[in-house]
Design a protein around this ligand. Structure first.
Ligand code: XUL
Ligand code: CO
Length: 437
């Protein structure tokens, strides 16, 4: 079999002092932290769309990425050939999971049947490659946003035939995800929203979206697929407003339409920023509803307002994320999928490796720091103290539903005017910094 990344060795852990750019300084896959290997904590995934299909073009310029294996065609042969390249990449970078959209892996055919046939053929090869290389599918999804037929939405299109086409795509993507043992299935509604409300019946579109999700849940039951469904929130881009705008909006939608038992959230760092939230906020909202499923790990640029999908290098962010993942007991079906692309200037093959090495080391470091924070328990203690007036007496009565406005009014008249203690933000920030090393 040909080797596509000839000058790149298999990336291994060499530790902090190494000068080798193709080595991990922090990600030591078999190192045990809080009773589990780093590999099992982090469950890294690589996205087929960025690794294999992103030519690094932007709205102002053509693609720059070198892909010597790719003949540039939308042929099935080219698609099948990419599979070998991708698995060589996964092996060399030591990533266990991957994710795809149907259209990343297989081209559309001249007819819908040919499209589904193409998908099945590529999935035959993916299945064989997964088995040969011991790799797993974290989640699959259907690309319901590139083809012009989806320009006005897929499940929220004003056209019922488009809705039917989208359903057909999802049925086949779901069946192939099932066949490949995919641990999850994601819906990211890039065009499930609107450009203007002047032409939009929002309530009708939301009803359609919910009906679509219910059909997916029913179909999963029918075919015996037990993987986890995810919704991936994002507020805008490409639509002006997307219905799955943030964690809270998604949870409200899932509750309203009786879908919360079947869905969790796949949260992406850069999408949180676009929604005007921190990733910590999005995670806390999801975890509070027991609905954090998986993470698309990347980061945005503070000065650019787009979804720049950069590789995560922010150790603070990775630490905040991993504290939450550890405290919720770790991922079950989910993982850390690098939904990230190189900069347009980083077009050489080796850049693909530098980018992933950086992302993996950032999260490995975040995990090690987070483990210290969680094991020390200082933050839990300090936050617990802040709410300690609710542990007993009148506070406990409030939490146990034993009070009324009358009873609290009577109580308030018996006490001195309350003096609130400091929130100690700066002290806590200093404490957090103490762990970062
Ligand atoms: C787009 C995005 C998608 C989803 C999968 O911003 O994040 O790639 O992750 O459709
Ligand atoms: Co994503």
């Amino acid at each position: 079999m040909s080797e596509y990344f000839k000058n790149i060795p298999k990336v291994k852990f060499e530790g902090r002092g190494t000068t080798n750019p193709f080595a991990f300084r922090h990600y030591n896959p078999e190192e045990v932290i809080m009773g589990k290997t780093m590999r099992d904590h982090l469950r890294f995934g690589a996205p087929y769309w960025h690794v294999m299909r992103n030519d690094l073009s932007d709205p102002f310029g053509a693609g720059t990425a070198l892909m010597p294996w790719d003949d540039g065609s939308e042929s099935l042969d080219n698609a099948l050939n990419r599979v070998d390249v991708f698995f060589e990449f996964l092996n060399k970078i030591d990533i266990d999971y991957y994710c795809w959209h149907d259209r990343d892996i297989a081209p559309e055919g001249k007819t819908l049947s040919e499209t589904h046939d193409n998908l099945a053929k590529v999935c035959d090869k993916l299945l064989a490659s997964q088995q040969e290389h011991d790799k797993k599918l974290l989640w699959g999804t259907s690309c319901l946003f590139i083809n012009p037929r989806y320009s006005q939405g897929a499940a929220t299109s004003p056209n019922a035939d488009v809705f039917a086409y989208a359903a057909s795509n999802v049925k086949h993507a779901l069946e192939q995800t099932h066949r490949l043992g995919g641990e999850g299935y994601t819906f990211w509604g890039g065009r499930e929203g609107y450009s203007t409300l002047l032409n939009t019946d929002m309530k009708r579109e939301l009803d359609h979206l919910a009906a679509f999700f219910h059909m997916a849940v029913d179909h999963a039951k029918k075919i015996g697929y037990k993987g986890q469904f995810y919704i991936e929130p994002k507020p805008m881009e490409p639509s002006t407003h997307q219905y799955d705008s943030d964690s809270a909006a998604c949870l409200n939608f899932l509750r309203e339409y009786n879908l919360l038992d079947h869905f969790k959230l796949n949260l992406e760092t850069n999408h949180a920023t676009l929604a005007g939230h921190t990733m910590q906020h999005e995670l806390d909202v999801a975890i509070g509803a027991d609905a954090l499923g998986s993470i698309d790990a990347n980061q945005g640029d503070e000065l650019v307002g787009w979804d720049t999908d950069q590789f995560p290098t922010d150790i603070y962010m990775a630490t905040h994320v991993m504290v939450r993942v550890l405290k919720m007991g770790g991922f079950t079906t989910g993982g850390l999928n690098f939904d990230a692309k190189r900069r347009r200037e980083s077009h050489e093959l080796e850049d693909l490796f530098h980018a992933h090495v950086g992302g993996m080391d950032t999260y490995a470091r975040g995990l090690k720091i987070a483990a210290k924070i969680v094991e020390d328990g200082r933050f839990d203690e300090l936050v617990g103290e802040r709410y300690s007036t609710f542990d007993s007496g009148i506070g406990a009565d409030v939490e146990n539903g034993k009070t009324t406005l009358d009873s609290l009014d009577a109580y308030a008249h018996t006490i001195d005017a309350p003096i609130i203690a400091s929130g100690r933000q700066e002290m806590l920030e200093n404490l957090f910094n103490d762990y970062i090393q």
